[in-house]
Design a protein. Structure first.
Length: 473
């Protein structure tokens, strides 16, 4: 076999192995480290002036706060916790119609890659005159909601000044609730408000569509949306078992479970509404170690108990007579450390120049502690590729290792991506060679040469031969 053919097959196999990981990281960005996130948690339960209370809003807010701190790793000092919030408190937090720089703006750090998370549990209400949706403060008057409510459109507009924000609303805006109508001066009124849409930077997930009711779950003492949202972000919505729960996975989980429970229990439709970025990562954890959800009642956290079956009792065998062995005892050997599949790293030796600011983590996990920042235009030395999630291991200035997401690599040309996709889908060597002929300078040449030494000893079975190199640490 000629040297040209060896290098050709090496580059072909390397592209096949790493292309899928590179494209997957480009389409789905991992969650940022929670230490720079800022959250607002609102639980409005006690209303007056003839407005029914929201029985489980406090439980919802307590459970979301616990999830933010213990799963999202949000600093408790970065959480604005509002209970029974008035209109003045909402305006002071999110800003007014002409000034969006409220308390939330003071908490957010524009120099960090943090995310803004806002959760609201309470009453939503439509305007009778303009059909706009409003968050209902506890001191509002429902008949004058256009004057005393906080417009949802204003909240969405003010959240638009941040690079990345997520809005979660466990409320409906139809004018009625599980506790009764929200308009004391009328009976049975039902208004269909105007829909609110998210943007690329703002993802909005609400408990129901504009004309539906948001139900309660009396068994868990939560809103039905909050209960199944928590189940999803604690791991049940992770369909592909990759440790990331995206917004679209969460929406599908709510449609399958929350909607079915609302129909069976109350005989009505309740469909969660998602707008904005469907690939927004809502939760991130080790796929083999899902976070354990506690039971929260009146602010007290109680971990869920595990039922362990008692070990069966065994009758000890009768003693056997001891016979002296003539063979020497086996030599002691230290136990071999267990190699975790999700920590296998392929060795690389390549460099690239960063085209943007890149965050460096101590471990290949978006929830890990940060080790520093690579500025734009700096040369980056890549020493390895994490097989599980496509992250890159790099060598830092102090000689220590760090990890960066796979999407930190410079963007490829569109023609190169299309040509690689064609080769990877067909699996033919002719298409791979066509890719190499047009894009000869690959990033994984050294690793490809390691693969080809192993593959040269095997018989190549035709154009559809697809190698499966054995994993190495």
């Amino acid at each position: 076999m000629s040297e040209y053919m060896i290098k050709t097959f090496a580059k072909t196999f390397a592209i096949s192995l790493f292309g899928l990981a590179a494209l997957s990281t480009l389409t789905s960005k991992p969650a940022t480290a929670g230490r720079y996130d800022v959250a607002v948690v609102i639980g409005n339960s006690n209303y007056g002036k003839g407005i029914p209370e929201v029985s489980y809003a406090k439980h919802d807010a307590d459970a979301i706060r616990h999830w933010l701190i213990n799963v999202r790793d949000v600093n408790p000092d970065n959480i604005i916790d509002l209970r029974n919030a008035t209109k003045a408190q909402l305006e002071a937090t999110f800003g007014s119609e002409t000034n969006p720089r409220g308390k939330l703006w003071r908490y957010a750090d524009p120099d960090k890659d943090g995310e803004i998370l806002v959760f609201y549990s309470g009453h939503g209400i439509p305007g009778l005159q303009n059909r706009e949706s409003y968050l209902l403060p506890t001191d509002a008057e429902a008949d004058y909601v256009e004057l005393s409510g906080y417009p949802l459109s204003r909240l969405v507009k003010n959240l638009g000044i941040y690079k990345k924000a997520t809005l979660l609303i466990d409320a409906c805006f139809s004018g009625t609730s599980d506790g009764g109508t929200l308009f004391p001066s009328s009976s049975g009124i039902l208004v269909t408000p105007k829909a609110i849409k998210g943007t690329t930077g703002l993802t909005i997930l609400t408990a129901s569509s504009s004309s539906q009711l948001a139900s309660w779950d009396h068994r868990s003492k939560h809103g039905l949306f909050t209960e199944y949202f928590l189940r999803g972000v604690y791991g049940e919505a992770d369909d592909d078992k990759n440790g990331n729960v995206t917004a679209v996975e969460l929406k599908e989980f709510l449609d399958e479970h929350m909607t079915r429970i609302a129909r069976r229990t109350y005989g009505r439709e309740q469909n969660a509404s998602l707008s904005g970025s469907p690939l927004r990562v809502m939760a991130s954890f080790d796929p083999g170690m899902r976070p354990r959800r506690p039971m929260i009642t009146d602010g007290n956290v109680t971990p869920q108990k595990e039922t362990v079956a008692p070990a069966p009792t065994r009758t000890p065998p009768p003693p056997q007579p001891q016979v002296a062995s003539r063979q020497p005892p086996p030599k002691w050997q230290p136990p071999k450390p267990e190699v975790r599949q999700d920590r296998q790293i392929e060795r690389l030796n390549t460099t690239f120049v960063s085209n943007r600011k890149i965050s460096v983590f101590r471990r290949p996990n978006p929830g890990a502690a940060r080790a520093g920042v690579i500025k734009r235009g700096r040369q980056v030395q890549v020493t390895g590729w994490v097989r599980r999630n496509g992250w890159l291991r790099i060598s830092r200035k102090n000689g220590r290792e760090g990890f960066i997401p796979g999407d930190a690599l410079p963007d490829r040309q569109a023609a190169e991506v299309r040509r690689w996709e064609k080769a990877n889908q067909s699996g033919r060597a002719q298409d791979y060679m066509d890719y190499i002929r047009h894009h000869a300078n690959g990033l994984f040449v050294d690793l490809a040469l390691v693969f080809v030494r192993e593959l040269a000893q095997k018989a190549l079975g035709g154009n559809n031969f697809r190698p499966q190199p054995r994993p190495r640490n």
